[in-house]
Design a protein around this ligand. Structure first.
Ligand code: BYC
Length: 302
């Protein structure tokens, strides 16, 4: 079956199938950005591993941060099936020529932020990524199935951190509210610009890469999250929030902030990238040793 017939029949495109250049390029852009987000996303949470309030919390957080590294791995591997090399993708990230999600350019100031990331950021990731399990490109869709299972677990652990704080002392509850106040708007921005300003949505939806528009997913996230805030006894920091016709109408985030953060002017952009580049440089000897070992093994087998 040719490319368009497969897309029309809601089938899967596989690595060796013919595909238009634009389809391949769009997938490389989105999957690489997604992979970069996973590994940069390890930093805001990694920041709290040594300060987690108990051994149990520390063990859980370490496992979660490791999961994010694993997600990066599946995604770089999925991108490689499109004919790119992960070393080149990392160079593009390190030189600022490829993006990662805006959300990871905000600081994690208190322990409650770790709860808010799990609840809101992983919650938004689930809303965005569950439809990607039906993406028309097979390797990306299959990677998403496992990622989503792990994200659900992450979301629960974040909610549980906040639930504990919200049922603790007044200071702990105030800390949880402060985290929600700071993470709410950046979480809404994770879904990208509004549909009227989204450059890729229409084509990506026609190709079955994206299944829903940015605004549809943002609405789904708000509808899912507001009742959860009620359970926590927290207030969503939006005076315009009203329940109407089965949906929560909400105030749009300030998209000029999104564009500014994406351009590199968020509170943590420079630090995140510098840390990533240093980690990559510090790991050079591991990559060299692995390559030398593989070469030796190959020579022996020959
Ligand atoms: N941040 O035409 P649009 C995670 C860019 S990982 C930065 O709507 P598209 C997690 C966009 O790239 C979270 N840039 O684009 C990890 C485009 O610029 P270019 C990451 C953004 O691609 C660890 C321009 O704006 N998830 O959840 O159709 C721990 C115009 O936008 C952002 C994914 O990557 C943003 N927020 O739609 C915890 C999911 N929004 O490339 C959690 C996969 C937009 O033309 N990605 N831009 O220069 C997607 O679903 C889509 O790429 C997006 C954007 C919905 C993000």
């Amino acid at each position: 079956m040719d490319f368009q017939a497969t897309i029309d029949a809601d089938g899967r495109i596989e690595p060796r199938d013919a595909m238009p250049d634009g389809y391949r390029k769009t997938l490389i852009r989105q999957i690489a950005q997604h992979a970069h987000s996973e590994i940069i996303g390890m930093q805001p949470e990694g920041n709290w591993i040594s300060r987690a309030p108990s051994l149990r919390r520390k063990a859980i957080l370490m496992a979660k941060v490791q999961d994010e590294a694993g997600h990066g791995l599946y995604l770089y591997a999925a991108a490689e099936t499109l004919g790119v090399d992960r070393a080149d993708l990392l160079d593009l990230l390190h030189s600022g020529r490829q993006k990662y999600s805006s959300i990871f350019n905000y600081p994690t100031l208190t322990w409650a932020d770790i709860g808010a990331i799990g609840w809101l950021v992983d919650g938004a990731a689930i809303v965005n990524q569950v439809p990607l399990c039906r993406c028309s490109y097979g390797p990306y869709a299959r990677a998403m199935v496992r990622v989503c299972k792990e994200e659900s677990f992450h979301q629960r652990q974040g909610f549980e951190i906040l639930y504990t704080l919200c049922n603790g002392t007044p200071e702990q509850k105030a800390m949880a509210q402060d985290a929600l106040d700071r993470w709410w708007w950046p979480s809404l921005m994770m879904f990208g610009p509004p549909d009227t300003a989204s450059t890729h949505s229409e084509q990506s939806m026609a190709w079955g890469i994206k299944r829903h528009s940015n605004d549809e997913l943002r609405q789904r996230f708000v509808d899912m999250t507001v009742p959860q805030a009620d359970v926590l006894g927290l207030r969503v920091p939006d005076d315009g929030l009203v329940y109407e016709d089965g949906h929560y109408r909400f105030t749009e985030p300030d998209y000029t902030e999104l564009y500014d953060v994406v351009k590199g002017n968020g509170p943590c952009n420079q630090g995140r990238l510098a840390h990533r580049v240093k980690a990559h440089e510090d790991g050079a000897w591991v990559r060299e040793a692995a390559a030398a070992y593989a070469a030796k093994k190959e020579a022996r087998a020959a």
